[in-house]
Design a protein around this ligand. Structure first.
Ligand SMILES: Nc1ncnc2c1ncn2[C@@H]1O[C@H](COP(=O)(O)OP(=O)(O)OP(=O)(O)O)[C@@H](O)[C@H]1O
Ligand SMILES: [Mg+2]
Length: 494
């Protein structure tokens, strides 16, 4: 179905300013329907003299008379007369009208919507005159408030020129108070009284200033002063926490504040759930923290064990495991600092490089580590195996690219994340792999781990080969005279 904006554009010649006025009107008009206990519709005059329904809202405080949705439909001939009369005269008119789908006549109150002195549309309240309602105090009060809004719509002072009502704002049914021009309570709905009870206010309300009642009246004061609605939430924190959301709307007459409506909603339960969610987040972080601690304990135990080993091969194998476990611990440490389940990958890459740097045994062959680009945010399920992969690749560059006796060099990691896939390239200007090297045939544990993680866990691709001299130069590396240098490219779908 077409939106209000589209319908306005198709069927009228309203300016952007005028059309924005109508948008603001419907953005918070649930309140209007609630106040008059009836369906509220907005009609737009088309160039050929007909009237188009461009918006419709039903009350939550009363019964709708229209099961069907009228948006996009044209008004009947009898309705057209009422609408035209209100539009031309600029005054509010009321008539009984015959509507096709409704057996009884429908009472239509037509209010011209004016913007900067020009009528641009007509808003109607449509109800069955036969629906007999108890003329209780709530009813008469709300209807009289509706009338005041109707006058404001006719004068052009409602909707307010500023930002319109926020969808989270309370509705009339949540609790409503009517205030006079001095912000004294004239009326409070039963739900509003309940909200005030929750705040510990049990005294008689009518005739009292909000401040006298011990009620935070800051939002009312500023809405009166600024002549525009103010949304505010406040908490009473003592015996038990109570959070109340208030929406203060000034009622204007010829530019002067003549009173106000204060909508109240008890949001204590909502806020309690928010806090619970927050603490859940904290719990997840705490768990990551503990996993990290446990992994560090395991790696310390392994290190202790390796010290007792005499067989150098066994010692090296256990030390490798220590390194791999430390890598995973590092991911959990990063996750324990992040709010969600995602980690900024660069936050892991940097410490991984530091780990590889620390692992360098001899200072006679310095290896420089550089990272380019940014891997973006990655889910933990991707970041963890990738960190293990990267550790192996960095370690290989150090171990095999710059072995004992070489003069050292540079390792560059290039990251690129386009939202669909992550591309990682690891260059080193070391000895290089053999020209006939194929990663598929590599049997060392390191590359087997790399291959398995990339192809199965991450469903990605990996290639490893001698780097060309142009590639090395582009990556900012010096072309080694002794060998070729190595490049590992891997892509992981996200
Ligand atoms: N950056 C590199 N430069 C040169 N050769 C490399 C490089 N990376 C890997 N290689 C070669 O590939 C072989 C296999 O590497 P792999 O990581 O699988 O085993 P490893 O490093 O020897 O042992 P580990 O299981 O401890 O990692 C290496 O022995 C080395 O010959
Ligand atoms: Mg290795």
């Amino acid at each position: 179905m077409a939106s209000l904006g589209e319908l306005t554009r198709q069927h009228s010649t309203l300016t952007a300013d005028q059309s924005a006025h109508l948008q603001r009107l419907v953005s918070d008009w649930g309140m209007l329907a609630d106040l008059c206990f009836a369906d509220v519709l907005l009609y737009l005059p088309s160039q050929d003299g007909r009237w188009l329904v461009i918006a419709h809202v039903r009350p939550v405080t009363g019964q709708t008379i229209y099961i069907a949705d009228w948006v996009g439909e044209w008004a009947s001939t009898t309705e057209t007369e009422v609408l035209g009369e209100a539009f031309r005269s600029g005054s509010i008119v009321e008539h009984d009208v015959k509507v096709e789908s409704v057996p009884e006549p429908v009472s239509v109150l037509a209010i011209p919507v004016s913007h900067k002195g020009v009528p641009i549309a007509v808003l109607t309240r449509e109800s069955s005159p036969r629906i007999g309602r108890l003329p209780g105090e709530l009813e008469t009060t709300y209807l009289s408030i509706f009338d005041r809004f109707a006058t404001m719509i006719q004068e052009g002072s409602y909707p307010f020129a500023t930002r319109s009502m926020i969808s989270a704002a309370p509705r009339v049914g949540d609790g409503a108070m009517v205030l006079d021009e001095d912000a004294r309570v004239r009326y409070a709905s039963p739900n509003a009284v309940s909200v005030l009870h929750r705040l510990g206010i049990t005294s008689n309300l009518v005739g009292m200033h909000l401040a006298e009642l011990g009620f935070n009246d800051g939002s009312v004061a500023s809405s009166y002063e600024r002549r525009e609605p103010v949304l505010e939430e406040f908490d009473r924190i003592n015996s038990d926490d109570v959070s109340v959301l208030t929406y203060s709307i000034p009622l204007l007459s010829a530019g002067e504040v003549t009173g106000g409506v204060l909508l109240l909603r008890d949001v204590t339960e909502l806020r309690r759930r928010d806090r619970l969610l927050l603490s859940k987040d904290a719990t997840i972080r705490e768990i990551h923290h503990r996993v990290k601690n446990n992994l560090q304990t395991i790696s310390s135990l392994l290190r202790l064990q390796s010290r007792r080993l005499t067989n150098t091969e066994a010692k090296a194998a256990v030390n490798e495991s220590v390194r791999r476990i430390r890598t995973i611990a590092l991911v959990h440490e990063t996750l324990s600092r992040e709010a969600g389940d995602d980690v900024a990958f660069i936050e892991i890459v940097r410490p991984l490089m530091r780990l590889a740097e620390e692992g360098l045994q001899s200072p006679d062959r310095p290896v420089r580590f550089v990272v380019r680009g940014d891997g973006g945010k990655l889910p933990a399920t991707v970041a963890t195996p990738l960190s293990v992969v990267l550790t192996e690749l960095l370690q290989n560059a150090v171990d095999h690219g710059f072995p004992e006796g070489s003069s050292g060099g540079t390792v560059v990691v290039v990251l690129a994340n386009d939202g669909k896939q992550l591309k990682i390239e690891v260059f080193d200007d070391g000895l290089g792999v053999a020209p006939d090297f194929h990663i598929e045939n590599a049997t060392g544990l390191g590359l087997v781990i790399v291959r398995t993680l990339v192809t199965t866990e991450l469903a990605g691709k990996i290639a490893m080969r001698q780097a060309t001299s142009t590639e090395l130069q582009e990556a900012g590396l010096t072309v080694p005279n002794r060998g070729a240098g190595t490049v590992v490219e891997l892509t992981v779908p996200l």
